[in-house]
Design a protein around this ligand. Structure first.
Ligand code: CP
Length: 296
């Protein structure tokens, strides 16, 4: 699985339904089906551990390779590294990279299935799936995953966000309306080509949305916001904005959070925040994706 763009509503709903079954069947095993190799060429807390937990819950073995401590320090390329691990006979490669397109490049070069665990600004499909699952769960849509009538605001550094691209693709495929919100340098009008709306006034729509997905400002990808105070005043999820949201509306964040920048501590800890629910749902979503890859 390389992305949700073009994946189609049928495949997305099938994976989400299977993830829902894992909620009630957490002991399901597919052991004897091999080894999952995590190849993480960029740092991660949630995604790497979540794939490991998901694989172990399925009874699979897991091996981990990160750039630090590998022979990449001796000049070995990402592609040679991936082909070397694949040649050990692993069942699935889970790949994270700083550069967009690396999982696809590896998929074109090896026989085993590849799962994109986030590539540059391109896609983070399992994050998209767990976000959709969490949205559906909060709004009583687990039976069918029909998101029509729901309006989601994705707020902040959209231009640098692979999560935003996967969320927009997956959520709109299932019927949700999505608006990306932020200053023009982080949310250019060209983002509309993804199939979402674009806005620069969070206060203008905070009272009408069913969920907000708050995004971290990715300085490591060159994002500049000028003054944190100004950014916070215009685009942060504050207690005041939380109080203006509809009853039942939720606050999401893929993590890692920068408290006090895009989300206030009291919001992150509030009953409307589903940040840890997203993490919990991530394991069952990744179980569903791993199982499907093993069935390919
Ligand atoms: N949401 C997410 O991808 O977090 P990590 O970078 O910690 O994996």
């Amino acid at each position: 699985m390389l992305g949700l763009g073009g994946a189609g509503a049928g495949l997305i709903r099938g994976l989400l339904r299977r993830a829902g079954q894992f909620r009630d069947d957490a002991d399901h095993r597919v052991e004897g089906r091999g080894v999952v190799a995590n190849l993480f060429f960029e740092d991660s807390t949630r995604t790497r551990l979540s794939f490991s937990v998901a694989a172990r819950r399925l009874g699979l073995d897991v091996v981990d390779l990160t750039s630090a401590g590998s022979s990449m320090s001796k000049g070995e390329s990402i592609l040679d590294t991936a082909r070397t691990v694949a040649a050990m006979g692993v069942a699935v490669l889970v790949v994270r990279s700083k550069q967009a397109g690396v999982p696809k490049m590896i998929a074109d070069a090896v026989e085993c299935p590849i799962i994109n665990a986030g590539d540059g600004r391109h896609e983070h499909p399992t994050q998209g799936l767990l976000d959709i699952y969490t949205l559906a769960e909060a709004h009583g849509r687990l039976d069918g995953f029909d998101l029509s009538g729901l309006h989601v605001a994705i707020v902040g550094d959209v231009v640098n966000s692979r999560v935003a691209r996967s969320d927009v693709a997956g959520m709109t495929a299932l019927g949700a309306r999505v608006t990306c919100v932020g200053p023009p340098e982080l949310v250019p009008v060209s983002m509309e080509t993804l199939g979402c709306g674009v806005a620069d006034d969070l206060d203008g729509l905070i009272e009408s949305v069913d969920a907000v997905v708050m995004l971290r400002v990715q300085r490591e990808r060159g994002a500049e916001i000028g003054s944190i105070e100004t950014y916070h005043r215009r685009y942060a999820m504050t207690v005041d904005r939380l109080g203006r949201m509809k009853p039942g509306a939720i606050v999401m964040h893929p993590g890692p959070m920068n408290r006090g920048v895009e989300i206030d501590h009291d919001v992150a800890e509030s009953g409307r925040s589903v940040v840890l629910r997203q993490v919990t749902n991530g394991v069952r979503v990744r179980m569903a994706v791993l199982e499907r890859c093993l069935d390919e």
